[in-house]
Design a protein around this ligand. Structure first.
Ligand code: GDP
Ligand code: MG
Length: 324
């Protein structure tokens, strides 16, 4: 059986121009806990959602969701990769850049940053200040979204907060948008403003694969993350994960088989460990995460391969997003 590749972003040299007018880009969503980021995300993704990762925030940037609007006769379509950027500090920032090679965008080069604030607040909390500091690391246009306006009598009541943010940012935001993520007020307008700032480009992720097998993408991300937690030095950076089989079995646990592909036999030996212990530990940790993510039991099988073996054996590198 031909393995079904995880939707790894296409290598840049393989990118064909998208349909005329198609836009694609990265959107960083930044804000203190509880300002309503998840609520906004869910509203935006709505039924167009491929999937939202429900995992609690980790310390790194990660893909929260991918908003894909395929081209129609009236609309050239777009794809927005929504990034969460919790608690970025410099070293992890770098780590992230390596980890998310495929999504190797960080706040520093997101196309648009949405800075979200709680419109009912009058000054910056500690967390809000940190969010502002993160935004300052980016040169991308900043949209200040003042959320929870449904809790205000008049939208104007939030004006002093705009000044507080302008001062903290050291520049005015590109646009200030009062919204209620919960009630869906202003969220379409905010999305329009985001789209205006997204460049023309083809989709990063094949839309069909994402809509058919969104789980695969997130499973490979979870395993990669587990590799980062457990291994040091060059191993995580050399790791690619390919979900080879994903089988739902009614009445039984899902069956998931993945290849963990590294560059050298020495890395393979580290991943497997003495008597296979390291791999077993990795599998356990990843399985728990995957089960929490899918909300059901999973039988996870991991195989470690070196890239050379891989290449010799089947020469399907392009399909797996290698060969860059
Ligand atoms: P996050 O931590 O930034 O992801 O925030 P959440 O999306 O989890 O929202 C935190 C809380 O604020 C939840 O109880 C939401 O229901 C609430 N919330 C989010 N958006 C709004 C809004 O527009 N209006 C009101 N009144 N509550 C909101
Ligand atoms: Mg949240």
């Amino acid at each position: 059986m031909e393995p079904d590749p995880t939707p790894t972003p296409l290598p840049s040299d393989a990118l064909t121009p998208g349909p005329d007018g198609h836009k694609s880009g990265y959107v960083a969503l930044v804000g203190a806990p509880n300002v309503g980021k998840s609520t906004l995300l869910n509203r935006w993704l709505g039924t167009k959602l491929s999937i939202v990762s429900p995992r609690p925030s980790t310390t790194r940037n990660r893909v929260l969701g991918i908003l894909t609007e395929e081209a129609t006769e009236d609309d050239p379509g777009h794809q927005l990769v929504l990034l969460d950027t919790p608690g970025v500090v410099r070293p992890k920032y770098k780590l992230h850049q390596h980890m998310m090679r495929d999504v190797d965008r960080s706040l520093g080069d997101a196309d648009v940053t949405v800075l979200m604030a709680d419109a009912t607040e009058r000054e910056l909390t500690h967390d809000a200040r940190q969010a502002v500091e993160r935004v300052q690391m980016s040169s991308a246009p900043v949209l200040l979204a003042l959320n929870k306006i449904d809790k205000l009598g008049l939208v104007d009541e939030a004006l002093p907060l705009v000044e507080v943010y302008t001062e903290a940012l050291g520049r005015p935001a590109d646009a200030v948008v009062p919204i209620s993520a919960q009630h869906g007020r202003g969220t379409d307008a905010l999305l329009e403003l985001v789209l205006e700032r997204i460049p023309l480009g083809p989709p990063y992720y094949p839309a069909d694969q994402l809509s058919e097998h969104p789980e695969r993408f997130f499973i490979s991300e979870i395993i990669r993350e587990a590799v980062f937690h457990q291994f040091r030095d060059e191993v995580p950076y050399a790791t690619q994960v390919v979900v080879v089989t994903y089988e739902e079995r009614p009445g039984r646990k899902d069956f998931v088989a993945c290849d963990i592909v590294v560059e050298r036999d020495s890395q393979k030996a580290i991943l497997i460990g003495k008597g296979g212990r390291a791999l077993k530990r990795l599998g356990q940790a990843a399985r728990e995460e995957i089960e929490a993510f899918l909300g059901r039991g999973v039988f996870l099988q991991l195989f470690v391969k070196t890239r050379a073996d891989w290449r010799d054996r089947d020469g399907h590198l392009r399909e797996y997003g290698f060969g860059r």
